[in-house]
Write a protein that binds this ligand. Structure first.
Ligand SMILES: *Cc1c(COP(=O)(O)O)cnc(C)c1O
Ligand code: SF4
Length: 342
């Protein structure tokens, strides 16, 4: 496959739709290596192929364009490159690290914390992150049909203690605008809801996802929108992402936050974390959480020890204003909130 964007003579005249970007995303290790001029042994050969069978490679072009060609240690590459290390079994790392399967009140509806429910609104993602804690999640059990979603809405409507619905996934912005618009209107109709939170990596993975229709759906909704993007490194936030954030900020009701995962080889140095926070603010986004890696099978090689996380936070606090310092947290199954690491 020819990667047009790596061709210096190529000038793009009309921006591609986000759906086109999903269609033309890279889906194999071979294509990824070829596009970036990387040697075949970069990922560890056969075991990496096996890893990409278990959890396919999926890299959209806008992400690919931010990776430095020929650099096997590029922090954006490491997030998407299937690696032999994923096949190593490590004690303590399992398929369902957060015991989420037991927390579902309905398929795809998780009620862990007071006042908030999480609805797995979509099974797909626009990028496959190798450290993903839901990489083994049974997405086929997530609600898909309108009647299944309706059941979830009825459950939410029956519990007046719920103030906020989090749309998560997968990635909820993989839904089409008409479908998302319908979900938003249903939620709008539940009187005790106040806030709508969307957890998504799409504005970073494919900035064209911030469409006029999406913006209109948010604007026309009574619920206060909070959009939590997921970026782990400043290099993810290029000018297209900044422009997408600016479009979102044209609606003053929208709050933009970021959550990251602390990842070995990606963002485990204070300079990188500080740069990420600064760049987020350039884009009008405030850092929210920095998660310690959930112990999901296949991701142990990304793990950063808690003591190192604490040290990084101390250094970060002494180099940045307080509002640019995310909260270092870990998720412990059964706890009433994320657990701060202090
Ligand atoms: C993380 C999470 C939330 C949100 O927690 P906040 O601390 O409000 O960001 C809600 N529900 C579930 C199931 C979660 O995993
Ligand atoms: S976008 Fe989120 S849910 Fe999807 S693979 Fe990446 S981390 Fe996992």
């Amino acid at each position: 496959m020819q990667i047009l964007t790596n061709d210096p003579g190529f000038v793009r005249t009309t921006p591609r739709s986000w759906q086109d970007e999903v269609k033309r995303a890279i889906r194999t290790l071979g294509e990824l290596r070829q596009a970036l001029g990387l040697p075949a042994e970069v990922d560890g050969g056969k075991a990496a192929e096996a890893a990409s069978q278990a959890f396919p490679v999926f890299v959209p072009q806008p992400w690919l364009e931010r990776i430095e060609r020929g650099n096997p240690q590029d922090p954006l590459l490491l997030q998407v490159l299937a690696a032999a290390a994923e096949q190593t079994e490590v004690a303590g790392f399992g398929p369902d690290p957060l015991a989420e399967s037991g927390m579902q009140v309905l398929p795809g509806l998780l009620h862990k914390y007071q006042g908030r429910v999480l609805l797995i609104a979509a099974g797909a993602c626009a990028i496959h992150c190798r450290y993903c804690f839901r990489r083994h999640f049974p997405y086929h059990e997530a609600p898909r049909s309108e009647s299944q979603l309706q059941e979830a809405f009825e459950r939410i409507a029956a519990d007046p203690s719920i103030e906020e619905v989090l749309l998560s996934g997968g990635d909820p912005l993989m839904l089409t605008d008409p479908r998302l618009g319908w979900i938003l209107r249903q939620l709008d109709g539940i009187p005790h809801l106040r806030r709508l939170r969307i957890h998504t990596r799409l504005p970073v993975a494919i900035p064209a996802r911030i469409t006029d229709e999406l913006q209109a759906a948010l604007r026309e909704n009574r619920l206060q929108p909070v959009i939590v993007i997921h970026a782990n490194h400043a290099a993810e936030l290029d000018e297209q992402v900044a422009a997408a954030m600016l479009r979102l900020r044209s609606d003053p009701r929208i709050t933009l936050l970021n959550q990251s995962v602390l990842l070995r080889g990606v963002n485990d140095r204070v300079a990188e974390l500080a740069q990420l926070s600064r760049r987020l603010l350039d884009c009008g986004v405030l850092p929210y959480y920095l998660h310690l890696l959930d112990p999901v099978a296949g991701a142990a090689h990304f793990s950063v020890p808690e003591e190192q996380g604490l040290r990084l936070m101390e250094e970060l606090r002494s180099s940045l204003p307080g509002y640019l310092v995310p909260r270092l947290v870990r998720e412990i199954p059964g706890q009433p909130s994320k657990t701060p690491i202090i």
